[in-house]
Design a protein around this ligand. Structure first.
Ligand SMILES: NC(=O)c1ccc[n+]([C@@H]2O[C@H](COP(=O)([O-])OP(=O)(O)OC[C@H]3O[C@@H](n4cnc5c(N)ncnc54)[C@H](OP(=O)(O)O)[C@@H]3O)[C@@H](O)[C@H]2O)c1
Length: 289
């Protein structure tokens, strides 16, 4: 089976590489091979490689910077995805596309279902939603969208690694406690993607996947300090104070609540999401090696 992964240097793509089944030999396309911001490059690469499965783990992911460059975010997160979907539809290939909790406005107080109304609060969420819609419009039978949230891993930059750095550098930290969601260890998401492929479970539609959680960033930070200490990554403990979102203004607004209901994908795969703290411990033990 020929598989092409977009986004080779990213957290999810690196985790796909870490967990790749030995009998598969995917091609990982980096920015030098294919710049998603350049119209036609995706279509050209797909026409050359003719994959049967596309995993799109590439995205313009800078949530705040997207407010300054919405056109670039739209080209990478929507137009390039539309090229993937056109190929998938024409060649009867499968497109597994990763999306985000930021398609929602965060006004709900119970976990978001895949079919719930969307309402992105910023340009990043807007461009990701446009990408979902373009894919579903061009290739409704060939697109599987997996929305995820609060992604962290040993790779790249993410909240866990930023917290570990700040906890080593500073004497005190403030972390928002009025945004609630669920972290996702990228390795767990990667394993889910491989299971879809290896067990032939591809089913078009929108799905959600995160670790099992409903926590605030502040609770996440406290756990990172505790588990980071246990893993030998921190040699002291500093006060981590809860703060409201207004005390940490950012160019792009974030959803106040973005827990995703994962049961549709869990039922399809016959698995349950891992409790968030178990995955945090696992990631930190790997990171400490
Ligand atoms: N990170 C999160 O918290 C989070 C939350 C919810 C959903 N998601 C979604 O999960 C997916 C994977 O996220 P991630 O955390 O793995 O992202 P990431 O670590 O930021 O990686 C993004 C990848 O996209 C590539 N990319 C960006 N612009 C490109 C371009 N113009 N041409 C080619 N490649 C380009 C990057 O390449 P370079 O290294 O060359 O820049 C990188 O490989 C994305 O769809 C994202 O929207 C992430």
């Amino acid at each position: 089976m020929s598989i092409l992964v977009f986004g080779s240097s990213g957290q999810v793509a690196q985790s796909l590489l870490d967990t790749q089944p030995t009998d598969l030999n995917p091609l990982y396309a980096d920015r030098a091979t294919c710049d998603l911001a350049e119209p036609g490059q995706v279509a050209d690469l797909l026409a050359r490689e003719k994959p049967q499965v596309i995993i799109n783990a590439a995205a313009y992911t800078q949530v705040d910077k997207a407010e300054e460059e919405p056109e670039l975010a739209h080209r990478v997160n929507c137009d390039a995805v539309a090229e993937m979907a056109r190929y998938a539809s024409e060649e009867d290939a499968q497109l597994i596309h990763i999306s985000t909790d930021f398609v929602f406005d965060g006004r709900k107080t119970a976990p978001y279902q895949p079919g719930d109304p969307t309402g992105p609060l910023g340009e990043y969420g807007d461009s990701k939603l446009a990408g979902e819609q373009a894919a579903l419009q061009s290739a409704p039978e060939s697109t599987m969208i997996i929305r995820t949230a609060w992604v962290y891993s040993e790779h790249g930059s993410n909240f866990v690694k930023t917290m570990l750095r700040l906890m080593a550098e500073r004497d005190e930290l403030g972390v928002v406690n009025d945004q609630r969601g669920a972290p996702t260890y990228a390795r767990g998401l990667a394993e889910v993607i491989w299971q879809i492929i290896t067990d032939s479970l591809f089913q078009p539609g929108i799905y959600h996947w995160t670790d099992q959680a409903e926590i605030s960033w502040h609770e996440f930070a406290l756990a990172i300090q505790e588990e980071g200490g246990r893993a030998g990554l921190l040699d002291r403990s500093i006060p981590v104070n809860p703060i409201p979102t207004e005390a940490y203004p950012t160019p792009a607004a974030r959803p106040a609540y973005s827990v995703l209901d994962t049961s549709k994908l869990a039922n399809l795969l016959g698995i349950e999401p891992v409790p968030w703290r178990d995955n945090l411990r696992l990631m930190l033990s790997r990171f400490a090696k």
